[in-house]
Design a protein around this ligand. Structure first.
Ligand SMILES: Cc1cc2nc3c(=O)[nH]c(=O)nc-3n(C[C@H](O)[C@H](O)[C@H](O)COP(=O)(O)OP(=O)(O)OC[C@H]3O[C@@H](n4cnc5c(N)ncnc54)[C@H](O)[C@@H]3O)c2cc1C
Length: 302
């Protein structure tokens, strides 16, 4: 029996779990994968993440992870015209860090602060509180758990939203491919957003001599975009890419009775770049604050 059960241990779920556990709530975090796991992402951390990481006492540990420090963003137009914008420097700098490392760090912090975490557990069924039942019953990998509040932090194709009949119909209007490559020697400390006739590409150095490469296009042009990337970065045709679709969904109201949606499950991403780690962490922290204040009536903080 838990006060709060959080489904999904990405930046939204782990941040939410860390803040809930730190406030003294009996916190459960259920994650489908076994960490560390990669995620289709450009790996860039908006500097707005630093204050949240400070509140989680994680700044030093994040800085110790292999990472790239990004000093400018370059937008490259279809015709090759380039617009460069400087990024903040020093302690407020934007960095790029592999999601396998960053997400594992956040999950470990939630565990240190007292959250019960179970990996390799896929949530497949839910029973909502009703007149005869006070709590949520959550079924994950053939075990059941009870919780007063449920948090959907399970990403863009949220199982919780689907099981609660909240998920809007998706259209496979765009596809993303992502991989890590050896960093080209002259790449520099930039993050690149490059627009092409077939779609667009994001590129950022993530430390340890690696480059994050993302490609986004409509399904009928994704093979052509991949051919462009293979030529541009000398990638073999056998190279394996991570992939996800769809990229866009209609928004869902993030707060319902004893249910919150956070991060990609709530569609809180920046609309121009699709960047979402900061919004995932911020919405996780906001949901934790709302649960402590309103739903639990202010459980005594540790
Ligand atoms: C191509 C691309 C590039 C991007 N680049 C950037 C970038 O550079 N910077 C940035 O800030 N954002 C970027 N984003 C967005 C960013 O990846 C997301 O916004 C962010 O991962 C959202 O975090 P989250 O915790 O909400 O979800 P996720 O990170 O998706 O985590 C959800 C977790 O839930 C788990 N889960 C799912 N279903 C279940 C289930 N049934 N039971 C248990 N667990 C489950 C999953 O295994 C996963 O670990 C990019 C996105 C794309 C598509």
């Amino acid at each position: 029996m838990f006060d709060v059960a959080i489904i999904g241990s990405g930046p939204a779920g782990s941040s939410c779990a860390a803040f809930c556990a730190n406030a003294g709530l009996r916190t459960l975090l259920l994650e489908r994968e076994k960490f560390p796991r990669e995620k289709v992402c450009g790996d860039c951390l908006n500097p707005a993440c630093w204050p949240i990481l400070r509140r989680l006492q994680l700044i030093e540990r994040v800085r110790m992870l292999p990472h790239g420090v990004l000093d400018r963003v370059e937008f490259i137009g279809i015709g090759g015209r380039t617009l460069a914008v400087n990024l903040p420097v020093g302690d407020e700098a934007e960095i790029a860090v592999k999601r396998s490392l960053f997400d594992q760090l956040l999950m470990r912090r939630a565990r240190e602060l007292g959250a019960s975490i179970s990996e390799g557990r896929t949530v497949t069924a839910l029973a909502a509180p009703d007149a005869g039942r006070e709590n949520w019953t959550i079924t994950a990998s053939e075990e059941t758990f009870e919780s007063r509040v449920l948090i959907a932090a399970d990403g863009r194709n949220s199982t919780v939203a689907r099981l609660c009949n909240l998920i809007p119909r998706g259209t496979k209007e765009r596809v993303a491919l992502q991989t890590h490559l050896p960093l080209p020697h002259d790449f520099g400390n930039r993050v690149v957003l490059q627009f092409l006739p077939e779609g667009y590409s994001g590129q950022a150095p993530v430390g340890n001599g690696e480059l994050n490469l993302c490609l986004v296009s409509v399904p009928r042009k994704i093979a052509a975009l991949r051919n462009w990337a293979e030529t541009r970065f000398g990638i073999s045709a056998e190279h394996s890419w991570r992939t996800i679709t769809p990229l866009t969904r209609a928004p869902i109201a993030p707060a319902r009775r004893a249910l919150f949606l956070v991060g990609d499950a709530a569609r809180v991403v920046e609309p121009f770049t699709g960047e979402g780690i900061y919004y995932a962490m911020a919405s996780g922290e906001l949901a934790a604050g709302a649960i402590v204040r309103n739903v639990m009536g202010g459980v005594k903080a540790k």
